[in-house]
Design a binder for this molecule. Structure first.
Ligand code: CDP
Length: 204
């Protein structure tokens, strides 16, 4: 049995937390596709060619230290506008989506480009201010030296680049369920996501 759940949305919307919880709830595998772009972005920052880095990516690269920094997030969103970089990462993501036993993929273009036939699609969002405040706390916990203003600027800049790019721009699939987590606790957001997926499971 394969069952794909696509969870898209802007920077720091809570996709990662929700995706992990949804995957654990159903016993599905989870792929954070942002890590693919972060791993390529980190290699490019270190001097690699973007397309070569994307083609040569291996699973262990996703475990590299330092991929969660704001600097690497910016590098990721810059390489993510490159159509050849995106193309090099498609097959891995599609194979993951169709693995036996079910899969949750989170990113920007899962429901629109990578897996438009996903059985369930969610678009998770929140106001830029709420997202930046959450990301600021996460980065502080990891010991990063950042200000709230810098984090908000990073979130806004990446949102604009991800939305305005020609290739696979970030947008909700027409049949995605929108979940605005601005005023929700993590528990409520997870419950809303599971309820939306259950509704789709009953339809399929
Ligand atoms: O964790 P956060 O939401 O801040 O970012 P991420 O999901 O790790 O993604 C980092 C960057 O990778 C994004 O700003 C996008 O530019 C890019 N990305 C993408 O283009 N397509 C995806 N499916 C996932 C990430």
């Amino acid at each position: 049995m394969s069952f794909a759940i696509a969870i898209d949305g802007p920077a720091a919307a809570g996709k990662g937390t929700i995706s992990k919880a949804v995957a654990a709830h159903y016993g599905f595998a989870h792929l954070d596709t942002g890590l693919l772009y972060r791993a390529v972005g980190a290699k490019v920052r270190d001097g690699a060619d973007p397309v070569e880095a994307a083609k040569a990516l291996v699973a262990e690269d996703l475990d590299a230290a330092g991929l969660r920094t704001a600097e690497v997030a910016q590098a990721a969103s810059r390489v993510a506008v490159n159509a050849d970089v995106r193309a090099a990462l498609v097959d891995f993501q599609r194979a993951f989506a169709r693995r036996a036993g079910g899969a949750v993929l989170d990113g920007r273009d899962i429901g629109t480009v990578i897996c438009p036939e996903a059985e369930a699609k969610l678009f998770v969002t929140a106001s830029a201010e709420v997202r930046a405040a959450r990301r600021y706390r996460e980065l502080l916990e990891r010991g990063a030296d950042v200000t709230p203003e810098e984090v908000l600027a990073d979130v806004r800049e990446r949102d604009a680049r991800d939305t305005d790019r020609a290739e696979a721009p970030m947008r909700p699939a027409e049949d995605a369920t929108l979940i605005d987590t601005s005023a929700m606790s993590i528990e409520d957001a997870i419950a809303a996501a599971i309820a939306a997926v259950n509704a789709r499971r009953e339809e399929t």
